[in-house]
Design a protein around this ligand. Structure first.
Ligand SMILES: C[S@@+](CC[C@H](N)C(=O)[O-])C[C@H]1O[C@@H](n2cnc3c(N)ncnc32)[C@H](O)[C@@H]1O
Length: 309
């Protein structure tokens, strides 16, 4: 999330343990911080595939990773597109990382519409080359879906009232700019609106980018791309995403049992590397307040695991 200090860098490297010659898949390049550190550790001949949905971040990461030449394969893609977006030559990996959500430039660039602190077009897409902006989304979504989004992704109090305000006003007064959304929130929550704006904006961002759908896809496919002994880590910033990651990893690491005898009938293909999620230290939070909600979880494939990309 921060250009100079990637979130939970030391813990992530300790768990993923990239070694010389390893192949790495970084599904969320961002500014390339984790990728740069991993490329150093897999030198001299290890390779990395890096994906990002955001062309601007991809350009910044490309510049940063230039010194690694053709050992870094950088692709404009959503990780919802794995494995088909991967280069032919690199389809299985020793190390896979997803550091979810948005990056500092998203918040620090008011024109992207991620923040309520300045007025701009309500865009909120990671990938500005395709898909619906948040303004288009609000203009077309139905009432129940919108209410569920505010409830599930933002735990927004009285979500139905905000939903009604947006749906009722959109025919005459479309929500095109971040200030329109702020005005709608003020019409519902009055002086308390400022307290809820972070959750309201977060909920819409998660919906516009289908972040939960993308994570579900990632958690289904990424483990199948791990080489024997390969390691996979996820850093999430939302309790819903952390819960999804925890449950999926737990299922992957559970041995099959005989339904009659209860005896283990098939060993699990993976083992948990983080019995509890790892969060940032007080020092890291002080240096990078945006790391506050980060939760890191990781698993390792067994030495006899067969990837099936
Ligand atoms: C938290 S930042 C990653 C920071 C990075 N680890 C670093 O060290 O700089 C998340 C990045 O993932 C990208 N992203 C989010 N969801 C994505 C998805 N489904 N597919 C591809 N990229 C995604 C965002 O555009 C953003 O650049």
């Amino acid at each position: 999330m921060n250009q100079h200090i990637p979130v939970l860098l030391a813990d992530t490297l300790a768990l993923l343990a990239p070694k010389p010659g390893d192949s790495v898949l970084d599904c969320t390049l961002g500014l390339g911080g984790h990728s740069e550190a991993m490329l150093r550790l897999v030198s001299p001949d290890g390779e990395l595939v890096g994906l990002d949905a955001d062309t601007k971040n991809l350009a910044l990461a490309t510049k940063r990773l230039e010194p690694f030449g053709n050992r870094a394969h950088l692709v404009h893609a959503n990780f919802r597109e794995i494995p088909r977006c991967l280069p032919e030559s690199l389809r299985t990996f020793d190390v896979i990382l997803a550091d979810l959500g948005l990056s500092s430039p998203h918040i620090d660039s008011p024109e992207r519409g991620f923040t309520f602190r300045s007025d701009s077009e309500l865009d909120m897409r990671f990938d500005q080359t395709r898909g619906m902006t948040a303004a288009m989304f609000i203009a077309s979504v139905d009432r129940i879906t919108l209410r569920d989004i505010f409830n599930k992704y933002g735990e927004v109090p009285s979500a139905h009232r905000l939903t009604d305000a947006l749906i009722d006003r959109r025919a005459t007064n479309p929500v095109r700019r971040s200030s329109d959304l702020v005005d709608a929130a003020k019409s519902v929550y009055a002086h308390k609106a400022n307290d809820y704006l972070p959750q309201i904006f977060q909920a819409l961002r998660i919906a516009v980018n289908d972040e939960v759908g993308a994570l579900e896809h990632f958690l289904r496919i990424a483990p199948t791309l791990l080489k024997p002994g390969g390691r996979l880590a996820v850093i999430s910033y939302h309790s819903l995403e952390d819960r999804l990651t925890k449950q999926t990893m737990k299922a992957l690491c559970t041995a099959e049992k005989d339904i009659i005898t209860g005896a283990e009938s098939r060993a699990a293909d993976f083992e948990i590397l983080t019995p509890k999620p790892i969060g940032p230290s007080d020092d890291e939070i002080k240096m990078n307040p945006r790391s506050r909600s980060a939760r890191l979880r990781a698993i390792r494939a067994s030495l006899v695991y067969t990837p099936h990309p």
